[in-house]
Design a protein around this ligand. Sequence first.
Ligand SMILES: Cc1ncc(COP(=O)(O)O)c(C=O)c1O
Length: 303
Amino acid sequence: MQSLGGTGALMLGAALIKKAGFGGGVIFVPDPTWGNHHQIFEEHGFKVESYPYYRSDTRRADSKAAKAFFEGLCQNSVVLLHTVCHNPTGADFSMKEWRDIAEIFRERRLVPFFDFAYQGFKEGIEADREPMKLFIENGCYVLIASSFSKNASLYSKRTGALTVVAGSEGEASKVEGALKRVARTRYSNPPSDGALIVREILRSDELRKLWEEEVSQMRERIKETRRRFALELKKLGLDGSFVTDQHGIFSYTPLTPSEVQELEERGVFMLPSGRISIAGLNIRNIPTVAKHIAEVSKGWPKI
Ligand SMILES: Cc1ncc(COP(=O)(O)O)c(C=O)c1O
């Protein structure tokens, strides 16, 4: 179902699972997660609880802790998962870890709600769907919030979709009816222009090829920026290997709030959590940013 961007897809999904009574009014989100997840689900009357996701010592996703947590959840619990390019950390599960997690979801009959805001930014438009396919093959009831804000640069057109994989055709048509009611009472119809652009691209072999090439250029630029940033940090004696292991636009760094403040005074900006925007780095500013980080940071791991 068409939605008002990825945010609108999350909102539709929240309203749907609330109506269906999944999870008993509780949703589990990764710690940390995109700040708006808490707000969207709270607005729909959910109690938002966190599951362990990230290890600050390794700067990588903590699949061991996440799996142990999922194994303890009751049947029908709803769990929000970032398919690729986790925001804010940039740390994703490996395919092997996804396979284990999908198996836990099948055994415990958990409901995965995927946030798929960065399709194409990790490995490719098709490849980035792989984790979700495991859950669908395992027979899970799956929700997917897609966004065309980043991968088609349609941010201001509010273009996205909520996909629900239900257990049967009858169930799917009930879901569609429920979603139409949610949209009708909140905004009637979504604007059509962004969706028409996406439809035109997806229906034409030529335009689709061009789009995939452009997404691939964005992805490769981010990967190259990560490589150059890690290299520059290495020259200064700092370990930037986690930067190249992470994916997408964001990277969680070991910088503390006071170091972030100090960097701000030097003209280098990021969130107080130490999350940097990799997309904001380029060949010209990387050496300067790395130099300021090396001068300010006390906890950044050394090589
Ligand atoms: C993880 C995540 N989900 C959803 C969204 C929202 O996407 P949209 O701009 O399409 O509403 C964002 C945007 O920043 C995001 O980072």
